[in-house]
Design a protein around this ligand. Sequence first.
Ligand SMILES: [Zn+2]
Length: 296
Amino acid sequence: MTRILFPQGRRQYGEDGSGPRRGSNLKMRLIIAAVLVAFALFSYYGRPEDENQITGESQRVALNEEADEVQMGLQAVPEVAAQFGGADPDPQAQAMVERVGNRLLQALDDSLEPGGRTNPYRDAFRFTLLGDQKTVNAFALPGGQIFITRALFRDLQTEGQLAGVLAHEIGHVIERHGNQQMAKQKFFQGLAAAGGVAGGSQQSAQVASQVANMVQMSYGRDAEYESDEWGIRLTTLAGYDPRSMLGVMEVLEQASHGASPPEILSTHPSSPNRIKRIKDLIEKEFPNGVPQGLEK
Ligand SMILES: [Zn+2]
């Protein structure tokens, strides 16, 4: 093999003061390429799975530290807010969104306490009403920044429906769907490998825009189903009627005609399937019927 690659004999690199030979150059490049491929695979599959502090499940994530997730989400806030009209100026509506969001978080805390678990994002959660009156949407940034647009807020008929929307988004945060998505994307893999999110300002700007784009897309069918389950669970725990989730689906369905579907109504699971699934979950949770007296 040496002869074929190096027909001139067995001179070693540097022996005669010359640079590396073409053959060994090629070999070195192949080795480097192999190392890079191995590294790329390692940085996804080789990352240790991380235990979700709320669910106890093992997950493959880009950022193991919840504090890094929170920081990354915060970096994307200005860009997301600017895209949807900034914070809504109505203090009463804003206060309502915060109140309902916090009621859901309190219910989550109460449910975790007996199992000795805590919500690692508790203090980072923020619920913000955005002023956009045309785009019907709601979404969550990694780490707990949750947004709902005025256009969706306006279409909702009950507080329970608002709770359903926010609980679905809380589901995305605590299941770390954004973080899992990041683990699959090369950009974030490189970033995590390079040592985290606290880079220079140019890097921060890039991170912000990548995260902002990511949250407006679907995390996929399974993630949406998982968040719907949290929607049902958290609304019920907080004393809302879980059938409010069905009302939310109707509102979203109507809003999505002729437009691109909002994040919360992603195109995969088609919505009739999703509505059926929500009904099945509610039946499973309450085989004898949903209790009376829950808030609509
Ligand atoms: Zn969603």
